[in-house]
Design a protein around this ligand. Structure first.
Ligand SMILES: Nc1ncnc2c1ncn2[C@@H]1O[C@H](COP(=O)(O)OP(=O)(O)O)[C@@H](O)[C@H]1O
Ligand SMILES: [Mg+2]
Length: 256
């Protein structure tokens, strides 16, 4: 079955045009709002293999490009994900790019401008990306824990799309498709999200994602009582702070 993705605006057209123009794409937005699902969908739709790297503070140039490994007493070069993607003309998706180490960001500089190539310093090889290759990165501007901001010299290599939470009707449709729960309950779950997202005084690191709503609805579809499902899937994952938890539980109790 094809990967389910509900279009939110013109993101699919922008993606395709960026790909055809050999432009790298940056997708900005909060966690759980559909970034990864969108890229999986586009890779499938355009018939390209997708290679994903989840970047973290240890992600280095070597992790991306490859390394010499000792295999049965011999050293052998093993391609990293970026090198593989370039060789195969795949879609390369670097998730949470701002987390990666500076030397890893330097690697993607030559890939994200007109050169579209990588230099493997360990083997002395220059690899040019084929036309089908595309670099996609995601970046979460609201992610406060990471003090890392992307430098203009990196950001300005990309065209960028901003993702937000879907509208109410879109979210009802997404949660319905993903969970199979009953429509009335889904509407209430989405209402809860709307209320929580409007409670700006809660000082949450990030508000409730579509992903959490899908989880709550999945629990309900399995027979978990709706309030318990929402506390488990929405309130608890959002915070450890007792006052905030209490406020979230209240919203849930008056809504479902
Ligand atoms: N537009 C959408 N179409 C289909 N599913 C979506 C959409 N937006 C969010 N989702 C649901 O939300 C979940 C989380 O989305 P994901 O792409 O993993 O978020 P992100 O990569 O932005 O953190 C998905 O697994 C899917 O169930
Ligand atoms: Mg993701």
């Amino acid at each position: 079955m094809p990967i389910y993705y509900l279009p939110i605006a013109h993101e699919a057209d922008v993606f395709r045009h960026a790909w055809e123009s050999h432009l790298p794409l940056m997708i900005k937005g909060p966690t759980g709002c559909g970034k990864t699902r969108f890229i999986q969908h586009m890779a499938e739709r355009l018939g390209r293999q997708l290679i994903t790297v989840s970047c973290n503070e240890d992600t280095s140039a070597t992790d991306l490009l490859g390394r010499h490994l000792l295999v049965g007493g011999e050293t052998r070069w093993v391609d990293g994900p970026v090198t593989r993607a370039v060789r195969q003309g795949a879609f390369l998706y670097l998730d949470e790019i701002a987390e990666a180490r500076p030397d890893a960001l330097v690697v993607i500089h030559s890939l994200s401008d007109h050169r579209r190539e990588v230099f493997l310093d360990r083997t002395g090889e220059f690899l040019a990306a084929p036309p089908e290759f595309m670099l996609i990165v995601s970046y979460n501007p609201g992610y406060q824990r990471s003090m890392r901001e992307l430098k203009p010299s990196t950001r300005q290599r990309f065209v960028a799309l901003s993702f937000e939470y879907p509208t109410e009707d879109q979210e009802i449709e997404i949660v319905g498709w993903e969970s199979g729960a009953e429509r009335n309950v889904i509407k209430r779950i989405v209402q809860i999200a709307k209320k929580i997202r409007n409670l700006t005084e809660l000082s949450l690191l990030e508000s409730v994602s579509t992903r959490l709503l899908v989880s709550a609805a999945k629990l309900v579809a399995r027979g978990v009582p709706p309030r318990l499902a929402c506390c488990t899937a929405i309130a608890e994952p959002l915070t450890d702070d007792t006052d905030t938890l209490r406020a979230l539980r209240q919203v849930i109790e008056i809504s479902i």
